[in-house]
Design a protein. Structure first.
Length: 312
């Protein structure tokens, strides 16, 4: 399917070409001051998407990306946040609905066009694509099997994980569903999460919790492997005081065992839509208890402590 730029009128065979082409200066000279949000254009495009004009979604994403890039370059934080608050959720919903209607290849085109490797910084639509890709991972894992998850989806998360830094808070949280790919025969999520544990224990914890929902026994294997790593023996700061990295990671299975479901991907009650239930297996609970005793963590817990007492 070809794509036409509404600014300059040029037509491109791929979404990547549309995104990366250089519009003529006369057609893109409007400043954020002249058109702070370009709300009418985005609203019109989203309305077209609701009428099943999926090509309009390509243009809506491109428009969002351009406006956010301009605001970022001009250090216009107010405009950036306004556009994000107004249009991120509608674009997530539109892309998710379109993906469910058209299949994986539709989403894959956006991943290719806005891949982290296409630019020096993360594209501004990254959180939107992450969200929908995370939903696709979870739905596929629950309805089919881990083998049905496209490798490209997992490689997309891996590419972000390799480059993300502390200041990208929303992008880091969007990585959490990567854990649903644990056990994939062609992409070792476990190895990549383990490798990243020494670099950023804080993003590994929620990815590990999601992995427990997907396959608690394989996730437990991964947790035990990480805790044996000499690089995961530091003390970190926590609102409750200083704790060990081991203690921090034990929050992951405890979170899965609790009554609080993850809120990532945002704007989606995934456990309700998928009618998903989770119960920690007895043998997994015993393995967690063994780790708690091995690391002396039970000394700070009630005498009759439960797995959920490990939540932070």
């Amino acid at each position: 399917m070809s794509h036409t730029c509404e600014d300059c009128g040029d037509t491109f065979e791929t979404l990547t070409q549309l995104r990366l082409h250089d519009c003529s200066p006369s057609s893109t000279s409007a400043s954020p001051t002249d058109d702070p949000v370009n709300s009418e254009q985005l609203d019109s495009l989203l309305a077209d998407v609701e009428n099943d004009d999926f090509d309009a979604l390509h243009q809506a994403m491109a428009t969002y990306e351009t406006r956010q890039a301009t605001a970022h370059e001009q250090d216009n934080t107010d405009q950036y946040q306004e556009v994000s608050r107004t249009y991120r959720e509608p674009l997530v919903t539109a892309l998710d609905d379109a993906t469910r209607a058209n299949g994986w290849e539709f989403l894959a085109e956006f991943i290719d066009a806005y891949h982290p490797t296409t630019a020096q910084d993360f594209p501004h639509v990254t959180t939107i694509i992450q969200n929908v890709t995370g939903r696709y991972l979870i739905r596929t894992r629950v309805s089919d099997a881990v083998e049905a998850i496209p490798v490209e989806a997992l490689e997309y998360f891996e590419a972000i994980l390799d480059d993300v830094e502390a200041e990208y808070g929303y992008i880091k949280e969007g990585l959490h569903p990567y854990g649903w790919g644990i056990g994939h025969p062609e992409h070792s999520v476990a190895d990549r999460v383990h490798d990243h544990a020494a670099a950023d224990i804080f993003v590994v914890n929620p990815m590990l919790e999601h992995a427990f929902y997907a396959d608690q026994h394989t996730a437990m294997d991964l947790l035990e492997q990480i805790l044996k790593d000499d690089a995961i023996q530091h003390t970190i700061r926590h609102p409750s005081g200083e704790i060990t990295e081991v203690r921090h990671l034990l929050d992951a299975p405890a979170g899965a065992a609790s009554d609080f479901w993850p809120t990532i991907p945002r704007y989606w009650e995934w456990h309700e839509e998928l009618e998903y239930d989770f119960e920690l297996a007895d043998d997994v609970a015993q393995r967690i208890r063994a780790l708690v005793r091995e690391h002396g963590i039970d000394e700070d817990l009630p005498e009759d402590w439960e797995i959920t007492d490990l939540t932070l």
